[in-house]
Design a protein around this ligand. Structure first.
Ligand code: HEM
Length: 449
């Protein structure tokens, strides 16, 4: 970024931080006081107050200290936001000022020089990449062009579940849905994954992702050239190779393509799986909702398979997904922003001022006659973030998740193994890059078509 512009933005960020603190102290509960927050200890700050599920600890702290509070992560000060009103101040009113990400040293070695989108500072390079992704990779027509590929993968998946149902087998849904999702997404990013089967690509990627610091997609790129790539993301990016992407002189080079590819794979692999796992779990726990959803689907499409163009007709499916993302946002705290702003989406989804007193209940009907959408304009529900850093893959994600969920519910009833009652299901979350359930969900499919 131009150093002058960088200085300007820094000054603006400081100014806005003061403005927000001033605004809160004038209008908030603690009139005239500094930003509230728990007392930090020397060196560790408030780290001792955070459990293995930090979003939950911060939610409880916010109940005591308020919807905007300051904490210290070791020696690093951070501001935690836990209500839609305050989230709007940071993500809309002053969005651009807080649009950068803090610099994480470890990422430099992962990205090998050129950064992707997710952790790049706000500036001309990030803007060009985002514009490129929105205009070339995530257009409605591009997403639609992969509908036949999604259908093919999903049909195989349903067939394999039918076989399991005939054999009365218990299936590990978490794992199976994870693999299905990976196939759908990787088909789109890398081209037909069948061609990479001998490389066991998903396992390789998963392992490498856990070995932070050694991931280098260059190891895979040489063999990509050996296949006749379709119009997947990689080939779309390759057509831009060596072209200038912004007036600053940045060009789309190999490292840039690698960085975007890493971002897409990391940002999409597990994010779309977690909501499916939670949704199915809640549906099994709430037979009333499951039955209602099955009836709605059956009334609209009778006994045939769900098609992508049916999805806009399934209003109740939308409500079920919204309710799932309210209770189990995949990224419970949005990726950290400049000045260490932490937006606790998990806490916003449990704000009784917004959702009334039954916040912990899975009750999709709460969305009836409430025009709350998922694209980041309504701060009550922001599982995809909001503002200029909003998730660029959200439309693709919503199609994939809705399609798979609708199919799983339409084609099968689900029974828990060993006569387990739905009330005995363990709902414990595991904190990782996404918010999966601690234990995999296993159940017996019963074909109902
Ligand atoms: C249900 C699935 C998904 C959820 C819940 C989700 C959620 C999010 C969230 C919360 C953010 C951070 C927003 C912020 O910091 O304000 C994000 C960023 C991002 N997501 Fe997603 N995402 C999903 C699927 C996908 C998919 C399928 C892709 C691409 C194929 C994708 C690509 C990205 C990228 C590149 C970013 C970084 C944007 C930036 O920092 O400028 N996501 N996503």
């Amino acid at each position: 970024m131009d150093p002058l512009a960088e200085n300007f933005l820094t000054i603006l960020a400081i100014f806005c931080s003061f403005y927000i603190l001033f605004y809160i102290s004038k209008h908030g509960k603690g009139k005239g006081k500094a930003l509230p927050g728990p007392q930090p200890l020397p060196i560790i700050g408030n780290l001792h107050m955070l459990s293995m599920l930090p979003h939950e600890s911060l939610y409880h702290l916010a109940k005591k200290h308020g919807a905007i509070m300051s904490i210290r992560l070791g020696s690093v000060p951070a501001v935690v936001v836990s209500s839609p009103e305050v989230a709007k101040i940071f993500l809309k009113t002053h969005d651009v000022v807080f649009a950068s990400r803090p610099k994480f040293q470890v990422l430099q070695s992962i990205y090998n020089g050129k950064m992707g989108i997710a952790f790049t500072e706000y500036g001309p390079y990030w803007r060009s990449l985002t514009k490129f992704c929105n205009q070339q990779l995530f257009t409605a027509s591009k997403i639609e062009s992969f509908a036949p590929s999604r259908k093919e993968v999903l049909t195989h998946f349903i067939e394999s579940l039918k076989e399991a149902a005939a054999a009365k087998e218990v299936v590990n849904i978490s794992k199976k849905v994870g693999n299905l999702n990976a196939k759908m997404i990787l088909n789109m990013i890398l081209g037909p994954v069948k061609k990479y089967e001998e490389f066991n690509l998903k396992e390789i990627i998963e392992e490498l992702l856990y070995m932070v610091g050694v991931f280098n997609l260059a190891d895979f790129v040489p063999f990509l050239g050996a296949f006749d790539l379709q119009d997947d993301f990689i080939s779309t990016m390759l057509t831009e190779l060596n072209k200038q992407i912004n007036p600053n002189g940045d060009i789309m080079d190999r490292n840039c393509i690698k960085a975007i590819t890493i971002d897409m794979i990391v940002a999409s692999l597990d994010t779309s799986t977690a909501p499916l796992e939670w949704a199915l779990l809640e549906l099994i726990k709430h037979p009333r909702v499951m039955l209602k959803l099955q009836k709605v689907l059956e009334r609209i499409i009778k006994k045939r398979m769900v098609e992508e163009n049916d999805l806009p007709k399934f209003e109740y499916l939308d409500m079920v997904l919204k309710e799932t993302l309210r209770l189990y946002p995949v990224t419970p705290m949005l990726l950290p922003r400049e000045s260490r702003i932490i937006v606790n989406v998990w806490a916003i989804g449990r704000d009784p001022n917004v959702w009334s007193n039954n916040v912990e209940e899975f009750f999709p009907e709460r969305f009836v006659n409430r025009n709350i959408e998922l694209h980041g304009h309504d701060f009550k529900l922001i599982p995809f973030g909001s503002g200029c850093r909003v998730c660029p893959g959200r439309k693709l994600a919503l199609i994939t998740v809705k399609l798979i969920l609708a199919q799983l519910v339409h084609c099968f009833d689900w029974e828990l193994p060993g006569g387990m009652s739905p009330n005995e299901l363990d709902m414990t979350e595991k904190f990782s890059s996404t918010l999966p359930r601690k234990n995999n969900l296993c159940a017996k499919p019963i074909y109902r078509m």
